[in-house]
Structure formats: C-alpha cells, structure tokens
Ligand binder design. Sequence first.
Ligand code: GDD
Ligand code: MG
Length: 466
Amino acid sequence: MRLALPSGTRRFGSLHIAEEARVLELDTRPGNGKETEGDRGGSSQSATRGARTMCFSGQSLDRVLTEMVIVVPCKNEELSVIRGVISAIPAPCLVILVSNCRGREDGDDQYKKQVEMVKAFGGFGRQILAIHQKDVAAAAAFRDSGMSELIDPTDGTIRHGKGEGLLLGVALAAALCPERRYIGFVDADNFNAGSVNEYCKAFAAGFAMSPHPELEDTMVRLRWASKPKIRNGRLDFVTEGRCSKVVNSWLNRLLAPSPESRNGSCKMHPEGEPNKSFVTTGNAGEHAMTMNLALKLRMAAGYAIEPFHFIDLLEMGQVLQRNGGNNPCMKTNGPGLDGTTRGSTANRPVRVFQVRTLSPHLHRSSDDEHIRRMWAAGLGSIFHGLAPYHSLLRADLGRVSEVRQHIRDYAATHGGIDDATGELPSPTIYPALEGIDMQKFRARLAQSSSLKSFGLAGMNNLLKLV
Ligand code: GDD
Ligand code: MG
C-alpha cells in the first residue's frame, strides 16, 4: 500500500493530530520493483511530485493485521451483507461480531442465523467471535466488574447503541484475546465488501506510520473517498457526508481556529460549505486504535462515540484539565487489567492519523431525521464535554466559550435542541474500560449463552479456566 503522508501535524499537549494522509495505491512494488532495504517486510519513504509518500509491503501490513481485532457492530442487516464484510476482512485479523439484532419474540431468530453464517467461516481458518448485545451474562459481567453505567435499568441488559456495542467488543477483545495490540471498527452495513479490505489495510498502514510505536498510542480514523448517492437518476460521488460536514466544521473551530476566530470574530459555519480542512474524520465510523488506548478512552453512547474521542483525547493529552487534573469521571473501583485501579495508569502520548481511502463507501442510506439526531448527539457530546473548560483560553485552541456558544446557536437554528431539556442532547459518557475487574468480567462472561467462538481452539478452555 502506498500513501501520501500528512503534510503537517498539530500538537496539543501530548496529543498529536496529523493532517489527512491519502491512500495512493492499494498494492505497490516499493522502489519500482527493486527491493530496497526498507521494503523487506518493512516500509520505504520517497518524495513523488512534491508529496512525500510511504510504501508498506504486504508483509509489513500483515505483521500489524496479525495483531489486530476487527469489531463489526450489526443489527438486522441482510446476512449476505454481513457475510460480505467478514469475507473482506484480512484473514490474519480476529473478528468480533457484536449483534444487536431483534430478539426471538417474532419467531424469527435472526441471531441464530448470524451465528450459522459466522460458523461457516470457522472451517477456513478465520478466527471469529460472536456475541449478542442483549446477552444477560454479558450485562452481568459488566455489572459485576464495575461498569454498571452500561446497563439499561429497564431490562437489566446492556443499553442499545452503536457506542455500547463497540464497548462490548473492546471488553471482549481485552478479556479473550489480550495478546492482540490493535482494535478496529467496521460497520456491518457495507454493500461494497472490497472497501472493507482497504479499510483494514489502511488501519494497518496508519499503525505502521507511528514513529514511536513502543512509546505512544495511535488512533487511525478513515475518511472515505466518497459516499455515492443517487440524485436525479445519476450517481453523485459526495465527498463529505451530511453529518460529517456539520461535526467536522465545529471540531475545526476548536482544533484549527482561523486567525479571525482567535481574535473573537468567529462567524458561524455557512451551511453546505465543503470542509477541506484539518479535521476531516469527526464522525469516522471506521476507526482503529491501539488496545491500550481503547481501554483508557472514555467513550460516548450511540453515534456520539466518534466525535467525543477528540474531547477525551484532549483531556488525556492534559490540554483540557478538569478540576486541575482530577477527572471526576474516573472512578477507582477494584483492580484493572494490569492490577492497577481505574484512572491510575499514566497516559502515553497519542498520535491520531486521518487517512483518506481510495474506495467509496456504500451503505444503507439514512433519512434526514436520523442524520439530524446523529450530528446533534455528536455536537452535544462536544458542547457538554467542553462545559468544564468554558473560560479556557489557549493559543492552540479556539476560544472554548465562543465555540460552545456558536455550536448552541447552530443547533438552535437547525433543530438540534432537545425539546425536553431545552439543550443539546447530552449523550452518556462511559468510564474507561481499564478500570473494570477483568477476572470478574471473564468469569461472568463464561456463562454467556450467545457468545460463540469459531476457529479459536483455546477459547473455550480460556473461558472454562476462570
Ligand atoms: N451492535 C450494535 N448495536 N450495532 C449497532 C447499533 C447497536 O445498538 N446501532 C447501530 N449499529 C450498527 C449498524 O448495524 C451498522 O452496522 C453500524 O452500527 C452503523 O450504524 P448505521 O445506523 O448504519 O449508522 P450510519 O450509517 O447512520 O452512521 C455511520 O456513519 C457515521 C459517519 O457518517 C456510523 O458509523 C456512525 O457511527 C458514523 O458517525
Ligand atoms: Mg450506515
């Protein structure tokens, strides 16, 4: 894979966010076919027509993919669509399907069919885990291990939501395959299987770009080449989704303020203006990170999960410091993964790569109401997440008070205010998973009825061991 490297990186405390990198070639022969030292399973850099590019050989990507888990959150997508997504995930990756498909009440056991579909892969050497989000034992595992926030009080199971599904996926990966260093997330409603293959390789290339993999954590966020839409009978290759357009523009006000906005004359983002700027992946449904980071990040509910990453990364990077550094959302309740208590392990620097893919993204199209709720939740997580820093002034950030005020104004004029509260929605923010008691989590999970493993010989033993 060959990528055009980011042209710059902005630094916020110990958080580094790179400008967009671009996939130029899916496959490449580094050094014009002449193998160079760096290409033997590694990478090579060169400057082509002004842009610095970097090549990653198949072996170097495979080395990362072998250490990667891919979580696929799904609901009631057609089996053939989910099968296509799993088929396209590079074989070295371990796949975790987290399903929140409808229950059995209507006589149609969708989850059973999903498991049968997944089982068919096991015979071909793929390693796959599947679990249902409403699994009673999985909920008990979270409750007993110190993460009762995830539990829906109305039925005692894990709450609905994409963010909640991803959290279950991360916890499963940490509990059952702790040797894997990376975790990525790929939506199940992807009609173009081949693009999923590129997404996973782009994750791997992003991790391989980290200059100090042993010293820092990495997050890779994808921006698709386009999202084709049918308009007036023609395919329109839209380059920025309706929700991303809104959320990116406000993240840019915060993270890449223009000189005017720093002088206090920030204007509201004109609706429909395409975003060509620094943050292009505010709502990156397809994203990946080191497991270490996945366990430290506080994640937001539902579709606010991706925009909220930026707020928590700023807090981890000590740019935003709640109560002088004591984050009240960090609980200490029992030993975590490494035997320490929640919130007590030191944060490493984090580097964020934004990568633009070659493949377009084809998925189930959503109505305007869904999009409105999605950007409102994303902006709400930023608006409320920034509340403790309302008066913060820093040279590298937009004025927080102004950004918040303008976000609110935008929401008020575009239908983003919650009728019940008179405010932007305030998505639940879950504590970091690093604080859960992993032994208890694993022990309770062993009683799960929906957890299935295929192609993982030792998995059943691992669960019985605890
Ligand atoms: N397990 C689980 N639980 N999966 C869920 C849930 C849930 O409660 N809700 C949604 N999903 C799955 C869907 O089945 C789908 O595979 C994926 O999450 C994305 O959900 P969509 O409903 O298709 O989201 P979208 O297309 O509107 O938005 C996507 O793109 C946005 C950026 O444009 C998502 O990836 C967003 O998170 C992203 O911000
Ligand atoms: Mg979708």
